[in-house]
Write a protein that binds this ligand. Sequence first.
Ligand SMILES: CC(C)(COP(=O)(O)OP(=O)(O)OC[C@H]1O[C@@H](n2cnc3c(N)ncnc32)[C@H](O)[C@@H]1O)[C@@H](O)C(=O)NCCC(=O)NCCS
Ligand SMILES: Nc1ncnc2c1ncn2[C@@H]1O[C@H](COP(=O)(O)OP(=O)(O)OP(=O)(O)O)[C@@H](O)[C@H]1O
Length: 200
Amino acid sequence: MRIGLTGGIASGKSTAARWWHQQSIPVIDTDALAHSLTGPGGSALPQLVTRFGPDLVSTKNGMDRQAMRSLILVDPRAKRDLEGVLHPLIAEEADRLAANHDWVIFDVPLLTETGGWRPRVDRVLVVDCSEATQIRRASSRAGWNPTQAADVIRLQASRQARRNVADACLFNDTDDLQSLHQQLAFVARNWGWVVKEFSP
Ligand SMILES: CC(C)(COP(=O)(O)OP(=O)(O)OC[C@H]1O[C@@H](n2cnc3c(N)ncnc32)[C@H](O)[C@@H]1O)[C@@H](O)C(=O)NCCC(=O)NCCS
Ligand SMILES: Nc1ncnc2c1ncn2[C@@H]1O[C@H](COP(=O)(O)OP(=O)(O)OP(=O)(O)O)[C@@H](O)[C@H]1O
């Protein structure tokens, strides 16, 4: 069973992914793959330097993430080109890592936005919460503020668009791990997984 786990920024995808990991199901984190492709020595760097130039991307030191985030917020072509380089490489690496596993979770923030992902997975699991909660959580991270968090939300699919591609949708609006874990266990059982119970 290949499950695509998605949700808006700071909705709780990584927190949900940890539960699957505790169930001994491998989790493939596409944000982490994007980081390694664009970090020092990353294999996407030569193509990105050609497109964005040495001020934004250096083959030695990697991509300037904050500058790239600011650029894609104001320049849709830059966003399209960045994703055009990274998404095929991410998909290829994700498939390589998933090979030979019966159950696998793909943590894909942009699954709804990236048409290519839906046919690659058997089920889509959405983690949903209000935008106010997303902004609160995202802006509590180092280097982020509420305006930046709201800007990223604006770039992403709407909650309704995500729900439209979901086979199941979890509501994760309060910082309540037990509620999230209960919802995850319910969905996992419905999809045929024998849930391992852990004491809190
Ligand atoms: C834009 C970049 C440079 C910003 O880097 P930064 O370190 O500030 O953020 P980080 O990578 O930790 O991502 C945080 C969150 O931003 C959101 N996000 C990331 N990329 C995008 C994007 N292209 N469009 C909209 N939201 C995005 C996601 O919710 C993600 O979880 C970086 O996210 C990136 O390289 N994005 C392109 C790769 C991509 O599409 N990744 C998503 C995997 S499907
Ligand atoms: N149910 C919950 N109980 C307690 N804390 C939570 C819960 N859900 C999310 N959080 C907290 O909210 C923050 C964001 O959650 P998380 O990192 O899982 O989101 P994400 O969707 O993976 O974020 P990103 O889009 O940036 O990758 C984290 O600090 C996490 O600990």
